[in-house]
Write a protein that binds this ligand. Sequence first.
Ligand SMILES: C[S@@+](CC[C@H](N)C(=O)[O-])C[C@H]1O[C@@H](n2cnc3c(N)ncnc32)[C@H](O)[C@@H]1O
Length: 257
Amino acid sequence: MTHQQDGGAHLHNETHDSGAHLHNETHDSGAHLHNETHDSGAHLHSNPDHDADPAQFWDEVYREKAKRWSGNPNPQLIAEAKGLAPGTALDLGCGEGADAIWLAQHGWTVTAVDVSAVALERAEAHAADVGLQHRIAWLQRNFGPWHPDEAFDLVSSQFLHSPLVPWRDSLASAAATVAPGGALLVVGHHPDGLTPWSGHKDMKDKFFTPEDLVEALMGGPGSWRINVADSRERAVTGPDGQHATTIDSVLRATRTS
Ligand SMILES: C[S@@+](CC[C@H](N)C(=O)[O-])C[C@H]1O[C@@H](n2cnc3c(N)ncnc32)[C@H](O)[C@@H]1O
């Protein structure tokens, strides 16, 4: 278990300028390495049949490695959620659970959804490690056909890039579950900030700029106030210890009706 809250010193130094925010990560041990495997490529490269069963597809992605992601909460989640009053939160595509756990540790009542039972099993185990197993509702759902009974004060969608689902559909699903007055937070890879080891340079249409997100959100249902539409640079370490800078596209918006 390598969550930032478990005693490991994992430093995030943020330098804020006019919009390009540098995020430098200092790693204290191999176990805390943030390998930026969000863009490792295995899942986006496999060129799947678009009718593939998403649960089976993502289970296989997770089974390829005992631990798929870094185990640390996403830095843009921390940056954006820390200023919000806690309420109910939905983590859409929660993966191995680090964001959901961070939210629960910061007072949110969390529902965490993922299509992969393998990812959820790991997420629940991580939550149990930090004594939060009863604070998070873990749901195995395909978010496309899923229509939750409740709307949420915060909906977070972090790196929900899938070869099976166009990003506009993921955005629409996330936006539809935000309560009036609530916040939508979408973070993903900027097409101009893909790391050399990701192998995604020829697949830029899978990714989005903040401007793409704003345009799609404003063209869809609901009324929104844009709080943040930003491209943020972040220093990352690759699977073989390489260093690079990636760019996160960040959208935070408030649902006004
Ligand atoms: C790139 S991972 C990101 C995981 C996590 N948000 C993070 O930042 O570490 C994308 C996640 O979305 C989930 N996912 C993909 N398609 C989904 C769907 N249709 N319904 C629910 N979850 C889905 C995958 O299982 C995977 O855990």
